[in-house]
Design a protein around this ligand. Structure first.
Ligand SMILES: [Zn+2]
Ligand SMILES: [Zn+2]
Length: 781
């Protein structure tokens, strides 16, 4: 290997440029692509990542690098290639991408291994010396004898604790030369105190066996394989397939990544993986957001050094620095939490597919309710579709009953929390000592405080949303904003009109909990949502108590919708299925369908079959009807038709540009200017494009959200790009910032991304205006 004379680096902080530096002779043997270096930049020194090594450089005024940080290059060429791809696709500077690819604790190089002092015997004392010590310093003698009995060096702190002696005694022995101490790096293992019981493979049913075969065949010729979409109904045993597929990858000398949504990365999940691979227990690394910096550092190096061969983690684990990667599994691939909502705004599932392509390994996407994007990719042959139609042990799918809340309302004359049918069903379960889950995707007690005289709602002063009334202790009896955390006291009278006419409206999980407790005073009711689960232990404890039957009814938000497995739950009530359905988002229907299917999947996982009650004001909406019949294919088909007709993903990519500022006028003006420039750039690029099909003139502009007019779509034919007007975002004000949206849609996403990047870069914006670009957005509010 030739030693590099020059390197090209990206500086952690600079924007959009790669710079060349010379490598001093003394550093040449230690540097390579992926090395971390310290370089002079402007008048300061900066940390940077080497992205290329050269024998020559054309650049002028080249300066030498100051130092190499750490011993080995920490970034593989493949991960670097992935980083560049993300930068282009997601319209994001490479330095920003690197912040995700390399965790901060690794980039900064300040957090190192945890060092601990180990003790071992030193100079051998003779009997006379020992005798003297026993008389004059009995404690030193006691400690020395303990150390002489040691078979291996032991942690100083641990030993002193065992013999109940202090540090001073130890230091005296060291001074005499009778004991030696040395520093050694120890690994911080977040799961060190836990015991994992070894498990062996479960017997697969026919469908599972076939699915596993598909994966192992792909492992044998990864370069020829397509990504596999594993569509298996809830309870069809997908995790067991992953476990055996990982074993197959290890047997072939490869490594594996398993991505799970953060919310599913429960102790239960970790246990399942660590237990199965107990024979290579150290080989399983877990990456999640609760790790301390030190733990993250150690897990990362454990992976990078090749000691860990399996990585389980949330979104960012897709960048785990494994070598010889054989398999990437993305569980619950439809989950929107795989999308990062800050720059780089990548989607981990899509990154997994790209990484698999770069590393020539197998990608498996699994879900009970695949995203339309993935299902469509399978339909057009880009992915290989494998279906699991049966629950393991041939358990029945739960029976779904739709309760029409409009009729209930006539009977009860107020907003219904529990319909009569659901109430009877709960009573029946309590009688049989079976468990119930009640699901509502909204926190709080009352979701708004209205004035019945003038109609004013109490809104957050910083955001354009109503304040929620809470009863739980942390903000007891106060109003709070779920977006920015602002809290306020409940006014006695309406601040707008002065009337004593305030009423609470809308309800959240707290209200459901209290209503259910009132109706069933003997039942043990617990709530599980972001408010009640602020402590990590609270979450574990509630789950344990529910599992062991100490809780009869569990009320919760989406926290309880995912992957939890409770054999004794035979009833699931969805308190209001319409909540997600009416969001101004083209994915609203898809999300509702997925949520209903996932929540319903919690019922009947044991011996008794389950029943699900779906309460809704729109009983005939397609999402609800198809979910009711467990008809994914039917739902998929009608939803795809809708998306195609309206030019939404997966048929077109979307790019959402948000322009925000504390000053409304400046935000609006910048958004309008940007929209106009995009329009010009698009028209220019359409003219410049050689395709005869390219539309002439300005592309049709449409409202960014909701249903565009079908007539316009038909008249215009399939336009290359659809550029929306600059409009106030559905959430007009957030954290004291006024927000405007521009939605751009088109097929050629790389082209579109570049065009947006160039236009945004050239846009002169006032200092307090911020422009963000989200490619393939999931958050349209
Ligand atoms: Zn009023
Ligand atoms: Zn707010």
């Amino acid at each position: 290997m030739t030693k590099p004379s020059y390197v090209r680096v990206i500086i952690d902080r600079a924007i959009h440029r790669e710079l060349d530096y010379a490598v001093p002779e003394s550093l040449r043997s230690r540097i390579g692509v992926g090395s971390r270096v310290r370089v002079p930049f402007r008048e300061k020194s900066a940390l940077a990542t080497v992205v290329g090594v050269m024998e020559q450089s054309e650049a002028k005024g080249i300066r030498p690098i100051d130092a190499v940080v750490g011993e080995a290059p920490i970034l593989s060429e493949q991960l670097l290639e992935l980083g560049r791809w993300i930068s282009t696709y997601y319209c994001c500077p490479i330095e920003t991408v690197m912040r995700s690819v390399l965790p901060q604790v690794i980039r900064r190089a300040e957090v190192g291994w945890k060092k601990q002092l180990f003790v071992q015997p030193g100079r051998q004392p003779d009997n006379e010396e020992l005798e003297k010590l026993r008389k004059r310093a009995p404690r030193q003698a006691e400690l020395l004898e303990a150390i002489l009995r040691l078979e291996a060096p032991v942690r100083a702190s641990q030993l002193l604790r065992q013999v109940s002696l202090d540090n001073q005694t130890l230091r005296a022995l060291v001074k005499r030369g009778l004991v030696e101490m040395r520093e050694e790096a120890v690994v911080r293992d977040p799961h060190a105190d836990e015991q994992f019981v070894a498990t062996s493979n479960l017997i697969l049913n026919q469908e599972q066996t076939r699915a596993l075969e598909e994966i192992t065949q792909a492992l044998d010729s990864p370069e020829k394989s397509r990504p596999i979409l594993l569509h298996g109904v809830t309870g069809s045993g997908k995790t067991e397939i992953y476990l055996q597929a990982i074993r197959a990858a290890l047997n072939r000398g490869c490594t594996a990544i398993v991505l799970v949504p953060e919310i599913s990365l429960t102790p239960q999940t970790v246990e399942r993986f660590k237990g199965r691979f107990a024979d290579v227990q150290d080989a399983v690394a877990v990456l999640h957001s609760h790790l301390s910096e030190g733990e993250r550092h150690d897990e990362w190096h454990k992976i990078h050094s090749g000691r860990a061969r399996i990585v389980i983690g949330a979104r960012s684990a897709v960048f785990a620095p494994l070598k010889n990667l054989g398999l990437i599994v993305v569980d619950e691939e439809h989950e929107t939490t795989y999308k990062q909502e800050e720059a780089p705004r990548y989607h981990a599932r899509d990154i997994a597919i790209v990484r698999a392509k770069i590393e020539k390994c197998v990608a498996v996407l699994g879900s009970a309710t695949p995203s339309l994007e993935s299902y469509h990719n399978a339909a057009i042959g880009k992915y290989r579709l494998v279906t699991l139609t049966q629950r393991i042990d041939e358990k029945q799918m739960p029976l779904m009953r739709v309760v029409d809340l409009r009729q209930e309302r006539r009977k009860q004359k107020s907003a219904t929390i529990l319909s009569e049918k659901l109430r009877i069903a709960i009573a029946d379960r309590l009688e049989k000592r079976e468990q119930t889950i009640l699901f509502l995707n909204r926190r709080g007690f009352s979701t708004s405080l209205l004035c019945s005289s003038c109609g004013e709602a109490r809104n957050c002063p910083n955001c354009s949303v109503a304040l929620t009334f809470h009863r739980y202790p942390a903000v007891a009896g106060r109003l709070s904003c779920h977006l920015c955390g602002h809290t306020a006291a409940v006014p006695k009278k309406c601040p707008a009109c002065g009337q004593d006419a305030l009423i609470y409206a809308g309800f959240g999980t707290e209200r459901v909990e209290s209503t259910v407790s009132q109706i069933f005073p003997k039942a043990v009711v617990r709530r599980m949502d972001a408010d009640s689960m602020t402590r990590k232990e609270a979450y574990r404890e509630t789950l344990r108590n529910f599992r062991t039957g100490k809780i009869d009814i569990l009320v919760g938000t989406q926290m309880i919708a995912k992957g939890l497995h409770f054999p004794n739950v035979t009833l699931v009530g969805i308190i209001n299925a319409d909540l997600a359905l009416h969001l101004p988002d083209f994915r609203a229907g898809e999300r509702t369908f997925q949520l209903l299917t996932q929540v319903a999947g919690r019922a009947g996982r044991g011996e008794t079959s389950g029943e699900v009650f779906v309460q809704t004001y729109t009983p005939f909406s397609p999402s609800i009807q198809f979910a009711r019949h467990h008809d994914f294919a039917g739902y998929f088909q009608q939803e795809l038709e809708f998306r195609e007709r309206c030019g939404f993903p997966p048929f077109k990519h979307a790019v959402l540009i948000t322009v925000r500022s504390p000053h409304e006028g400046r935000a609006k003006l910048s958004a309008q200017t940007l929209q106009r420039r995009l329009k010009e750039a698009l028209a220019y690029s359409a003219e410049a494009a050689p395709e005869p099909e390219a539309p002439s003139g300005a592309p049709t502009s449409r409202k960014p959200l909701g249903l565009p007019s079908l007539k316009a779509a038909a008249k215009a034919g399939p336009p290359e790009f659809i550029l929306g007007d600059a409009t106030p975002a559905p959430l007009e004000k957030l954290q004291s910032q006024f927000r405007f949206h521009i939605l751009l849609r088109g097929e050629a996403i790389m082209h579109l991304s570049r065009l947006v990047r160039e236009t945004v870069d050239k846009l002169p914006v006032p200092e307090d205006v911020i422009v963000t670009v989200d490619v393939d957005p999931y958050q349209l509010l």
